[in-house]
Write a protein that binds this ligand. Structure first.
Ligand code: K1U
Ligand code: ZN
Length: 171
């Protein structure tokens, strides 16, 4: 397993729509293992493949609090098939926008259809942090960032800050 470099704002790859995964090959298994390693190292609770520069619809998540009791989850081609009317606000972060946080309102509960690493089609109902995280990661697969859910003023401010840092060679 390899820790891979993270793609950081304003890298244009973060705006790509990722391609669906076909059969579960060794390449996909290695990608998922590297994503988990990269996510735990960051540390983060989720990661989309595009965040390590791979435009495929693969997401890893582990929302467990105890690093000695890990619960890694891998979602291939995840899609939301139901979302609750009730909303929840969470102060989100993003490994591609380090040290910036903002409150985002999303559905409180979602039902997600996906394939697992065995190639089996599965559905889960998620709530709490898992629901927030899976929605954040599916946004990544469509080239959407959590800052797109903030006001234009806040978004423009953070994009400008990261563009300046990239120009200086800070990231
Ligand atoms: O997709 C990403 O950039 C990962 C992101 C996922 C996420 C977090 C919070 C709300 C929605 C989505 C992160 O993991 S940011 C880091 C973070 O939240 C965290 C890091 C260490 C411990 C606990 C949380
Ligand atoms: Zn993110």
């Amino acid at each position: 397993m390899t820790i891979r470099p993270l793609v950081i704002l304003p890298d244009a790859r973060l705006r790509l729509a990722s391609e669906p995964v076909g059969p579960v090959t060794d390449e996909i298994r290695t990608l998922a293992a590297d994503m988990l390693e990269t996510m735990y190292d960051a540390p983060g609770v989720g990661l989309a493949a595009i965040q390590i520069g791979v435009p495929r619809r693969v997401v890893t998540i582990d929302t467990s609090k105890d690093e000695n009791d890990r619960h890694p989850q891998v979602f291939l081609n995840p899609e939301i098939v139901w979302a609750s009317e009730e909303k929840r606000i969470y102060d989100e972060g993003c490994l591609s926008i380090p040290e910036f946080y903002g409150e985002v309102e999303r559905p409180d509960r979602v039902r997600v259809r996906f394939r697992d690493l065995q190639g089996e089609e599965r559905e889960i109902e998620a709530d709490g942090l898992l629901a927030t995280c899976i929605q954040h990661e599916i946004d990544h697969l469509d080239g959407v960032l959590f800052i797109d859910h903030l006001s234009k003023l806040k978004r423009d401010r953070v994009v400008k800050k990261f563009a300046k840092a990239a120009k200086r060679g800070d990231v």
